[in-house]
Design a protein around this ligand. Structure first.
Ligand code: C2E
Ligand code: CA
Ligand code: CA
Length: 409
C-alpha cells in the first residue's frame, strides 16, 4: 500500500535535480532547502523553502522534467508523496474536490509560468519564493493529515490498533445476542484516539483496506474465544454474533467477498456469527460493486447490516436493490425519541418498514432506561448502547458473557 514515507537528506544533498523526471513531491518537516536554476550556465538561487513547504509538486502533477534543482541547506526531514500515491488520492476524491483541484492546479500553473518569466528577466527577484507560501492553512491541514496517515501505518505495524466489543442485548428475552467490534488506537503519546478521527483519514489514504482486514481477522479470532466463553444461561441457544464495520472502499477495491470468505474459512468461524456493517450513504457511492460483493457475502451466510439507518440517503428504493438483513437505527433518532414526538414516529416507521421487508432491527445508542423501555415496547429485539455497556476490551467482553446481570427497566 503506497503511502507517504519519511526521508532524510543531509546538508548539501540534492532532493531534486533539474531535468530529471518528477516522480514525487516532498513536504519539508524540518530544515531548509534552496531552489536553484541554471541561467546562462551559472547556478542561480531563486528561493529557499522551510518546514511546511511543498516542493516538486508541479513536475509530479504534469509528469514533466524538473525545472529546478533543490538542495538541502542543512539536514532535512521530509515526507515523500509519490506520483502513484497522489494519483490514487485524486482518483478516489469526491468529484467536486477533483474539479476544484483541477481549476486550482491550472491557476497555479499560470501563476508559476508568469513568475518564471518574471524571474528570468529579473534574476535577483524572490517572487518565486512566495508562490507556495500563501496557502499555509492548506499546508497545515495536509501536513497533519499526512502525519496521522504515517503514524497510522506505524500503528498497524506496531500493534497499537485493537478492537473493543460493545454488547448487543436481545431486550425481548434479556439475553446477550452479540457485540459490535469497534476499533481503538492506543497512541504511545496521545493516548486513545477515537475512530471518528482516524477512520476518515484511513479511508482517504487507502489504508482502510488494511484496517478492515485487520478488524475482520481479529474479530474472527475473538468470535471463537467469545463463543467458547459464553454462558448459555446469559446468551440463549443462538450463537453470539459480532458486527464488523466496513467502508465502501473495501467494496470498490479488489475482491472483498473472497477475502472475507478465506478469513472465515481459515479461522473456522460460522458465517452466521459475522454481521457486516456498512452505512447507507457509503453504499450509494458504488452501488453496483457493493451489490455484487454483498450478495456473495450473503450467499456465504453472513448477515448484512445497514449502519446509521435513516441518516444517509433519502430514497428507500435501495432497500430492495441490496441484500439486507438488519437495519441499525441511528442513535440520533433514539436520542430525540423521548423529547420529540416526530422522532418517535420515525422510529416506529423504521420498525414497520423493517418488519414489512422481513429485516431485523438493532436500536443503537440507547443510553437510558426509558429509551430501552420504549424500543422494547415497540418490539425491537436487539439493543446496543451505554445503558447496557460501553465497548469493552476483549477480556472484559469475555467476563461480560459470563457475569452480566440484566438491569431492570
Ligand atoms: P458506528 O459504527 O455507528 O459505531 C457506534 C458508535 O457509537 C461507537 O463509537 C460507539 O462507541 C458509540 N456508542 C455506542 N453506544 C452509545 C451510546 O449509548 N451513546 C453514545 N453517545 N455513543 C454510543 P466509536 O467506537 O467512537 O466509533 C465511531 C465510528 O467509527 C463508528 O460508528 C464507525 O463508523 C467507525 N468505526 C469504528 N470502528 C471501525 C472499524 O473497525 N472500521 C470502520 N470502517 N469503521 C469503524
Ligand atoms: Ca457500526
Ligand atoms: Ca451506527
Amino acid at each position: 500500500m503506497p503511502v507517504t514515507t519519511k526521508k532524510q537528506f543531509k546538508r548539501g544533498e540534492l532532493l531534486i535535480r533539474e531535468g530529471e523526471p518528477g516522480l514525487c513531491a516532498y513536504i519539508i518537516e524540518n530544515g531548509n532547502v534552496e531552489i536553484v536554476v541554471q541561467r546562462e550556465g551559472q547556478p542561480l538561487q531563486i528561493g529557499t523553502r522551510g518546514p511546511g513547504s511543498l516542493i516538486g509538486e508541479m513536475a509530479m502533477i504534469d509528469d514533466k522534467p524538473r525545472t529546478a534543482t533543490v538542495r538541502a541547506l542543512e539536514d532535512c526531514d521530509v515526507l515523500e508523496i509519490t506520483r502513484e500515491d497522489f494519483a490514487r488520492r485524486v482518483e478516489s476524491a469526491d468529484p467536486v474536490v477533483k474539479m476544484v483541484m483541477r481549476v486550482i492546479t491550472n491557476r497555479y500553473r499560470d501563476m508559476i509560468g508568469r513568475t518564471n518569466s518574471f524571474v528570468s528577466v529579473t534574476p535577483t527577484s524572490h517572487a518565486a519564493a512566495t508562490t507556495a507560501e500563501n496557502s499555509n492553512d492548506i499546508h497545515d491541514i495536509a501536513m497533519s493529515t499526512i502525519k496521522i496517515q504515517n503514524e497510522l501505518k506505524v500503528a498497524l505495524d506496531q500493534k497499537q490498533l485493537m478492537l473493543y466489543y460493545q454488547p448487543i442485548i436481545d431486550v425481548q428475552n434479556m439475553k446477550i445476542a452479540g457485540f459490535e467490534a469497534l476499533m481503538r488506537w492506543k497512541h504511545p503519546e496521545k493516548g486513545m484516539i477515537s475512530p471518528g478521527v482516524f477512520i476518515p483519514v484511513a479511508e482517504e489514504s487507502g489504508l482502510i483496506l488494511e484496517l478492515s482486514r485487520f478488524a475482520l481477522s481479529q474479530t474472527c479470532q475473538t468470535v471463537a474465544k467469545l463463543t467458547a466463553a459464553a454462558n448459555p444461561a446469559l446468551t440463549g441457544s443462538h450463537p453470539i454474533f459480532v458486527g464488523v464495520n466496513f467502508s465502501v472502499k473495501d467494496f470498490a477495491d479488489g475482491d472483498i467477498a473472497s477475502f472475507i470468505r478465506t478469513t472465515l474459512d481459515k479461522t473456522g468461524v460460522n458465517p452466521a456469527q459475522i454481521h457486516l456493517e456498512i452505512t447507507e450513504s457509503l453504499l450509494m457511492e458504488a452501488p453496483e460493486a457493493a451489490k455484487e460483493a454483498l450478495e456473495k457475502c450473503r450467499n456465504y451466510g453472513i448477515d448484512i447490516s445497514i449502519d446509521d439507518f435513516g441518516t444517509g440517503y433519502s430514497s428507500l428504493s435501495y432497500l430492495h436493490f441490496f441484500p439486507i438483513d438488519t437495519l441499525k437505527i441511528d442513535q440520533s433518532f433514539i436520542r430525540a425519541m423521548t423529547t420529540h414526538p416526530a422522532s418517535l414516529v420515525l422510529v416506529k416507521s423504521i420498525i414497520g418498514l423493517a418488519r414489512g421487508l422481513n429485516m431485523k432491527i438493532i436500536a443503537e445508542g440507547v443510553e437510558t432506561a426509558s429509551e430501552a423501555r420504549i424500543v422494547r415496547e415497540l418490539g425491537v429485539e436487539w439493543v446496543q448502547g451505554f445503558f447496557f455497556s460501553k465497548p469493552l476490551p476483549v477480556d472484559d467482553a469475555t467476563k461480560f458473557l459470563q457475569e452480566w446481570q440484566a438491569p431492570n427497566f
